[in-house]
Design a protein around this ligand. Structure first.
Ligand SMILES: NC(=O)c1ccc[n+]([C@@H]2O[C@H](COP(=O)([O-])OP(=O)(O)OC[C@H]3O[C@@H](n4cnc5c(N)ncnc54)[C@H](O)[C@@H]3O)[C@@H](O)[C@H]2O)c1
Ligand SMILES: [Zn+2]
Length: 389
């Protein structure tokens, strides 16, 4: 617990490409009556953090990462009425004000009130507003009544609930964006945490078949374990493999890879490869969900055009097939309450993706290993205030 005299806390600090360190920084303070401060019990490392870690964004040294946060309410601003000290809460990675037009319409990932000149805010993320990340001992939560999702007290289901900040809703959203209906077949590109959550959502929601494409063995094994059909894209064209196995194209496809997709050799980046393959694998009038991240500027892009976020895709094929598509950040609040209740009732256990749980001091090593996707590093949970009892 932060004592009266304590003014500093430990936080993970971005120092530059492939360099992070744990430093002492000022404790966060209540800056607005609607703020709360939480003591972070769990913060996850996300595939999205790696884009910054690798220097593939405009992130500046000094940023504290961490947009997948949960913890215990420690302090409340005078305007917070729904929360009380000691409440256990999980926060959507989106920071939203709950009062702009997009928030009113449930599109909290595109809030126009929290990040001037931009639609969307998040904790600890480049260009997503002035919000420090939660890979730290304490975190300031703006518009706390609106953003917090209350959890049952105690420590039960900690890892499952931590998945509610981002990846479980994001995977679910990927499927929603594709227009999925129960009974349909779906192919998910990427068996990282987001892809596995999209695949798991397909299983929970009654897909007839779920294909999962990747090259990392542990990740494909995880997909198989939950009842999906693994497809290794380095063996042969994944579109052909799926169409052959399925006896035709699938109804829906999800891109949970994004702009750092690699070619069939498994190493060279080809930013448009997945987008083009999901167009090819989906049946006429089917749908594509694209939660994988694409950026308008990429300092490390393989060519000038993709450096400006301009990607060549088979738009003619997309038109010919009459495919629909949806993309963008996930509106976590649209789903997290329902997914929480699936966890509480035992119907969902998204923490199967968690591979490692470590202290903040071990986060530096965890970033390195997660980035290299070695030792089975799939989803890392940090416990900045020590292990939970
Ligand atoms: N829309 C959102 O709100 C949102 C939220 C969280 C994450 N994301 C994004 O979703 C994407 C996935 O996140 P993650 O945490 O699972 O990341 P990750 O990096 O752990 O997983 C990506 C996976 O894609 C695989 N891959 C690479 N090239 C491929 C190809 N050609 N075909 C098939 N698989 C390929 C990689 O081997 C890896 O396992 C990232 O781009 C991330 O930024 C979006
Ligand atoms: Zn994330």
């Amino acid at each position: 617990m932060a004592t009266e005299t304590q003014t500093k806390m430990k936080a993970l600090h971005y120092d530059g490409p492939f360099k992070v360190s744990v430093k002492e920084i000022e404790l966060p303070k209540i800056l607005h009556p609607d703020d709360a401060i939480i003591k972070v019990t769990t913060a996850c490392i996300c595939g999205s953090d790696l884009h910054m870690y690798q220097g593939r964004t405009a992130a500046q040294s000094g940023l504290v990462f961490g947009h997948e946060n949960m913890g215990i309410v420690q302090e409340l601003g005078s305007g917070v009425t729904l929360l009380k000290k000691g409440d256990r809460i999980v926060l959507p990675f989106n920071v939203a004000d709950g009062r702009c037009r997009n928030c009113e319409e449930g599109k909290t990932a595109f809030c126009t009130g929290v990040n001037p000149g931009f639609a969307g805010g998040a904790y600890g993320y480049v260009a997503m507003g002035p919000y420090q990340g939660g890979q730290a001992q304490y975190l300031r939560v703006p518009y706390a009544d609106f953003n917090a999702l209350k959890l049952p007290p105690g420590t039960e289901n900690e890892a499952n609930f931590a998945m509610l900040a981002d990846i479980f809703p994001t995977g679910w959203h990927g499927l929603v964006l594709s227009g999925f209906k129960p009974g349909e077949s779906v192919a998910v590109w990427g068996a990282g945490p987001v892809g596995l959550m999209a695949a798991y959502s397909g299983i929970i929601r009654g897909a007839s078949k779920v294909y999962v494409v990747d090259q990392v063995k542990e990740r494909l094994d995880a997909a198989k374990k939950i009842g999906c059909i693994p497809i290794n894209f380095t063996e042969s064209n994944p579109v052909d493999q799926i169409i052959k196995h399925n006896g035709g194209m699938v109804d829906r496809a999800v891109d949970a890879v994004g702009y750092q997709a690699v070619d069939k050799g498994g190493k060279k980046e080809v930013p448009n490869v997945v987008l083009d393959q999901i167009i090819m694998v989906t049946r006429p009038t089917g749908g594509l969900g694209i939660p994988g991240l694409y950026v308008p500027a990429d300092p490390g892009a393989p060519d000038e055009q993709s450096g400006k976020g301009q990607l060549l895709i088979s738009f003619g094929k997309l038109f010919e097939k009459g495919l629909s598509l949806g993309t963008g950040q996930c509106n976590v609040k649209a789903y997290n309450r329902y997914l929480r209740d699936l966890i509480i009732s035992g119907r969902a256990n998204p923490a199967f993706v968690v591979s490692h749980e470590v202290s903040l001091d071990d986060a530096v090593d965890a970033y390195d290993k997660f980035d290299r996707r070695v030792d089975g590093y799939t989803k890392v949970l940090l416990h900045p205030n020590g292990p939970l009892n």
